[in-house]
Write a protein that binds this ligand. Structure first.
Ligand SMILES: *Cc1c(COP(=O)(O)O)cnc(C)c1O
Length: 357
């Protein structure tokens, strides 16, 4: 990967966003969601910053990511939660690393019990039961839910698992649908015996709902995008939510093609580095306080700014308070969401962590 391309990851901005989200959702707690690599921002610095701020829950997609975080020294006081598993998952390593498990079916529960019935039985697998409240992406369906709850309660009584949470995931696309999901979640919770229910951490909302709806917050909200300063799209800017983009993408001009007013600057980054193909209206970069239209090719991005010289730094997306295009503008221009752009960005592009402390 060219040394002339890099992404800055601003931990001061990340901390400011966490504060913003926390004050918005309190008294609910936050789970910082990193999925596999903190949405392309780099998992270690992001988790380190969150934990230093006192965040007590980290959500990883895949248990292997949680196991690695634990092995890197993440203390057990920080609770890890994973929810994507292979059909033939061996849950032993995850349970031993104290990675808590999202569970959607009795079959999965049986597999958890059978694969963790090993030498470290002092460390019981911790279960968060998932109900499908309309999204149709994992989670027990309403008709299967009572059987799942009964089975988890029985395994907990037998001392084979710890029942610690109830959760679901919602679309956050329309208020109406979300209201239906919230009501379904509340109904599902009643299936658990009251004395046990009081001890379960209830969690439903991700970034968007956690911000906009108090009734979605329950005990804990799972926040990915807003922590990174990624707005939900549709023209809503991060600043309008009080959020600061954490990542900015920069490249140095390596050549100038053409002459005079028609000259275009060449940046050594393209779709081969994970950018989405784009020769669309509204796609802009910034340099020296000026905006210019860009088009993205396979290995190069062209910037229509006749004043750029070889060696100048261009910011592809960054921060509106610096006059730069935001990830949100790029996402709107490219017809996608901000997350899609950052998670696809090649891991070979250097992440330069900025940490003012
Ligand atoms: C990705 C994810 C989140 C975080 O969503 P954001 O919109 O990025 O905050 C929360 N919960 C689940 C289950 C997820 O997959």
């Amino acid at each position: 990967m060219s040394v002339d391309v890099w992404a800055e990851v601003d931990l001061d901005a990340y901390r400011a966003n966490l504060l913003r989200v926390r004050s918005r959702v309190a008294p609910a707690e936050i789970m910082v969601v990193v999925k596999n690599d903190a949405y392309g921002h780099g998992i270690r610095p992001i988790v380190g910053a969150a934990v230093a701020e006192g965040v007590r829950f980290v959500g990883v997609l895949d248990p292997g990511v949680g196991i690695e975080l634990r092995a890197s020294g993440l203390p057990e006081s920080v609770r890890l939660f994973a929810w994507l598993f292979a059909a033939d998952e061996n849950y032993g390593p995850a349970a031993a690393a104290r990675v808590e498990l999202g569970v959607s079916s009795v079959e999965q529960l049986r597999r958890i019990v059978s694969t963790t019935d090993g030498p470290r039985r002092d460390v019981l697998p911790r279960i968060h039961a998932k109900i499908d409240t309309g999204l149709g992406r994992a989670g027990a369906r309403a008709e299967d839910w009572p059987a799942l709850v009964r089975a988890i309660e029985a395994e907990a009584r037998a001392g084979r698992v710890e029942f610690v949470g109830l959760w679901t995931h919602i679309a956050e696309a329309s208020d109406e649908e979300d209201s239906v999901s919230i009501a379904a979640f509340e109904r599902a919770a009643l299936e658990v015996a009251p004395e046990r229910r009081a001890d379960l951490v209830h969690h439903l909302a991700a970034s968007a709902a956690s911000f906009s709806r108090a009734d979605s917050r329950f005990d804990l909200v799972r926040v990915g995008a807003f922590g990174y300063g990624i707005a939900p799209g549709g023209g809503v800017s991060p600043a309008s939510l009080g959020l600061i983009p954490v990542m900015s993408l920069h490249a140095r001009v390596v050549a100038v093609e053409g002459e005079g007013d028609d000259a275009v600057a060449v940046l050594p980054i393209g779709t081969a580095d994970g950018l989405l193909p784009g020769d669309v209206e509204g796609l802009e970069a910034a340099s020296g306080g000026r905006r210019a239209v860009v088009s993205i090719g396979l290995t190069e991005t062209l910037v229509r700014d006749a004043d750029l010289r070889v060696g100048d730094v261009v910011t592809l997306f960054g921060r509106e308070d610096r006059g730069e295009a935001t990830l949100q503008e790029w996402a709107d221009a490219l017809g996608t969401i901000g997350e899609e752009i950052v998670v696809r960005l090649s891991s070979r592009i250097e992440r330069r962590v900025i940490d003012g402390g």
